[in-house]
Design a protein around this ligand. Structure first.
Ligand code: IMP
Ligand code: MG
Length: 184
């Protein structure tokens, strides 16, 4: 893939991503051995991560998708979130693992956790591929994390800028002058 040349600089390459996901999968396989694991993948950003993670977990899990969209202020989330696509099954009694691409301010995850808790699952934990701790505005416990990154805007492996770049197989930093940048 080369369309992104001059637009994106690699931050975490495909090899490092996949290696980390295999190790998270091994950890989850151990931790959820006697549980009824349901991965709740948050649309759209976490889909690439969730499908690779699911294949790295050696257990009979189920997979659900939850669409969430935050109302944005000028440049960042206002913390007001709305469910755009709901899961397809009741979650009562299930051991939920919410799979997210990135925890930035944490406001989206806080809302989702409150929403999911109200459905009486047996347990709820969080697995995030990336965490930007410098931007945290609310305390969210991340039980499983892939990588901690600095306050940079990243794209690829599910993460987008104006809906583009999700299909890159790595996580990269969007450079100034990137495709359509300035139009978001
Ligand atoms: P939060 O509510 O501020 O934690 O926002 C989380 C959401 O913002 C994520 O699910 C992403 O959709 C988006 N987001 C935050 N940082 C980035 C980034 O660096 N690149 C792409 N999307 C991001
Ligand atoms: Mg997202």
């Amino acid at each position: 893939m080369a369309f992104f040349e001059n637009e994106v600089e690699v931050l975490i390459d495909e090899g490092r991503l996949q290696q980390r996901i295999r190790s998270l999968g091994a950890e989850l396989t151990k931790d959820y051995r006697d549980k009824d694991l349901t991965l709740v993948s948050v649309l759209k950003g976490s889909v690439f991560f969730a499908t690779d993670l699911a294949r790295a977990i050696d257990l009979p899990l189920t997979l659900e998708y939850l669409g969430a969209s935050s109302y944005h202020g000028r440049t960042e989330t206002t913390g007001e979130v709305r469910i755009t696509t709901d899961v397809s099954m009741p979650l009562a009694g299930k051991d939920l693992l919410v799979v997210e691409d990135i925890i930035d301010t944490g406001l989206t995850m806080k809302f989702l956790l409150e929403n999911l808790q109200a459905r009486h699952p047996a347990s709820v934990k969080v697995c995030a591929l990336l965490e930007k701790p410098s931007r945290a505005r609310t305390a969210v416990t991340i039980d499983y994390r892939g990588f901690v990154i600095d306050d940079v805007f990243v794209v690829g492996y599910g993460l987008d800028f104006a809906e583009r770049y999700r299909n890159l197989p790595f996580v990269g930093i969007l450079l100034r002058g990137g495709r359509d940048s300035g139009r978001a």
